[in-house]
Structures are given as C-alpha cells and as structure tokens.
Write a protein that binds this ligand. Structure first.
Ligand code: NAD
Length: 313
C-alpha cells in the first residue's frame, strides 16, 4: 500500500501521516506551508516525520505540481490540503479558498482520471450543512453552506462525486465535525482559549456562548480515515463527528478544572458565517466504517492542554 497525503504539515494531515507510517505504509506528503497560521507550528508538526525512511515530503503547492506523475506511484490519496477557517473566508481572502479548496481538488481529480487509484478520500466538513433543519445532521440532510468556506468545501465534495460518476474516480468524502486535540490549528476555539489562559487574558466568545458544537477528537478522525481506505464506499459521504454536542458555555467549567485557573470571558458579536449548531448523526459511518468515536471531551481537552503548554513554553 502507498499513500499520498495532501496538507501533510497541517493539523490533521500530520497526525494522519504519523499514523500511516506507524502502520509501515509508505507516504508521500505534500504541503505548501500557506501563511494562514505560523510556519513554525507546521514545521513542528512535520519535522519529526522527515526522519522516517518511508516518508517523502514535497513542499509545494498542489496547483504547481505534476500530479499525474506523482499519482503513478500512489494507490491511495488522502486529500486534506485546504484553506480552512470560516470567519476569514469573506472579502479579498476568498481567492485563497478558491485556489486551495476548489482548484487544487479539481486538479487532483483530473490527474486521477487515468490512474489506477484504489481510493481518494476527501476531507470535507460539517460546514457543507450550514443552517441545517435536522439535528442531528445526517448525510441525507439538505446542504446549505452558510459561509464562503462552506461553499468551497461543498464544491470540492461535489467535484469528487462528479469525477466518480463520470470518470470512475474512486472518491469518497468524510465530513469532519470540529476537530480538536494536540496540534489543533491556532485559529480554532479551544486552541485560542487555552492560549489565552496561558497568557492570563480574557477568552473571547462570539455570541452568547449558547452555540452548540459536535467536537471530534483527532485520534477518532484519524481512525475514520484509516477505516475508509479499506471499508469506505466510493461515491459516498460520511459524517465523522463525536456524536454528541456541547454548548460552548458549558465547556468552561471543565476547562477551569483542567487548567486549574479561573476563566474570564469577553463576549463579542456573533461572527458572520458561524452557524448556531452542529451535531452529527454518525450511524452511516458506524455501519460502513465501523467508526466509533472513543475519546470523551474532557479527556481530549486534557491532551490538548498538555500539548499547548509545551507549544508555548
Ligand atoms: P490545516 O490548515 O492545519 O492544514 C491544511 C494544510 O494544507 C496546511 O498545512 C496548508 O499549508 C496546506 N495547503 C493548503 N493549500 C495547499 C495547496 N494548494 N497545496 C499544498 N498544500 C496546501 O487544517 P486542518 O484543520 O488540518 O484541516 C485539514 C482538512 O480537514 C481541511 O481540508 C479542512 O477543510 C478539513 N476540516 C477540518 C476541520 C477541523 O476542525 N480542523 C473540520 C472540518 C474539515
């Protein structure tokens, strides 16, 4: 088995590469180190992997690579490279979302047409649901993204489906719900909260703190990717969530316990593009992928806190 992982230096991509290498699966990782967050964080993710003999790293933009040539040697593609972030997807920055989310995905799919790929796994997002009338959201729920980011994630997911239907590209999508744990991106809530605690600053909450999220621990997300290599059905999309939802304001007491500090909160206006609730129905992934999220929020938060203290020490 051989895998090509895009977004290899990012939060989820670097965990995935590490896990594949642990299984003795040779990996080619691609990452262009976009400037969405500091390069040193991505380097910390990827540098330990560079020493592994089964790992080859290409520090380039997908849009500039000879993908046909690269795909000749890959049986599986795990496509995680993207411009992430809901709130930054408005205005001028939108072009980065088009280039890195839609165009890069289309180029990978074009290059996959004539290859003998066994599977292409696309890291989609709960943001494809947007304001969803169904809670929990299931794969058959309506898709009405509420942010430009969500629009680009859905476009790329639909491109995967189109190339599957028209050209037989063996693609499937995993719709990830708010992923957290060691390595979490610095623009994401728990990372920002823990960093603020370390710096003795107030935690900024957008809206009233009544929003609910389905949080998914990184190890569970990685297990879903590994399972989908063999068990995932092509042409399908799967929700990959924790399967429970938590109100943001209810998480602060747990964080106070973990950090042994009192948290001070500063409320700001709800941000454009933010949805009030996410909550995944994971029955389809349970059935097809044998997916079963194992990590409880408190345990996962403890791991993220341990990691973040080291990161900023
Ligand atoms: P991340 O920003 O840490 O990782 C993405 C990586 O892709 C970055 O290192 C970036 O440099 C790289 N990249 C972007 N465009 C590229 C290009 N054109 N060529 C090469 N490399 C490029 O983000 P993440 O949180 O690890 O997310 C990984 C994937 O999972 C993304 O597709 C994201 O949309 C999806 N996702 C993440 C979450 C979450 O909660 N983290 C939730 C839903 C979906």
């Amino acid at each position: 088995m051989s895998c090509l992982v895009t977004g290899a230096a990012g939060f989820i991509g670097s965990h995935l590469c590490r896990r594949l290498l642990k299984e003795k699966i040779p990996v080619v990782g691609i990452d262009s180190f976009t400037d969405f967050y500091p390069k040193w964080i991505k380097e910390k993710n990827i540098l330990p992997l560079m020493k592994k003999k089964d790992f080859k790293f290409i520090a380039k933009d997908i849009n500039e690579l000879d993908l046909k040539e690269l795909l000749k040697n890959a049986e599986y593609v795990l496509h995680l490279a993207a411009q992430a972030g809901v709130r930054t997807s408005w205005g001028q920055d939108f072009s980065a979302y088009i280039n890195n989310n839609i165009e890069a995905t289309q180029k990978i799919l074009e290059a996959s047409k004539e290859n003998q790929l066994k599977k292409l796994i696309y890291a989609s997002s709960s943001s494809v649901y947007g304001f969803c009338p169904d809670l929990p959201m299931s794969e058959t729920s309506p898709l009405h993204p509420y942010s430009p980011y969500g629009v680009t994630k859905l476009s790329a997911e639909q491109l995967c489906f189109l190339y599957h239907k028209n050209y037989g590209v063996p693609s499937l999508s995993l719709r990830l719900f708010t992923v957290y744990g060691p390595g979490q991106r610095p623009d994401m809530a728990f990372h920002k909260f823990f960093k603020a605690i370390i710096e003795n600053k107030k935690i900024t909450v957008y809206g009233e703190g009544k929003q609910t999220r389905d949080f998914t621990f990184i190890d569970d997300v990685i297990e879903a990717h590994i399972a989908s290599l063999k068990k995932g059905k092509v042409g399908e999309a799967y929700n990959v969530g924790g399967g429970v939802r938590k109100k943001l304001e209810d998480i602060f007491p747990t964080m106070e316990d973990i950090c042994q500090r009192k948290i001070e909160i500063k409320k700001e206006e709800r941000q454009k593009g933010d949805v009030p609730h996410t909550y995944s129905n994971i029955e389809k992934a349970r059935k097809d992928l044998n997916y079963s999220p194992l990590t409880k929020l408190e345990e996962g938060l403890k791991e993220e806190w341990r990691w973040i203290q080291k990161l900023y020490s």
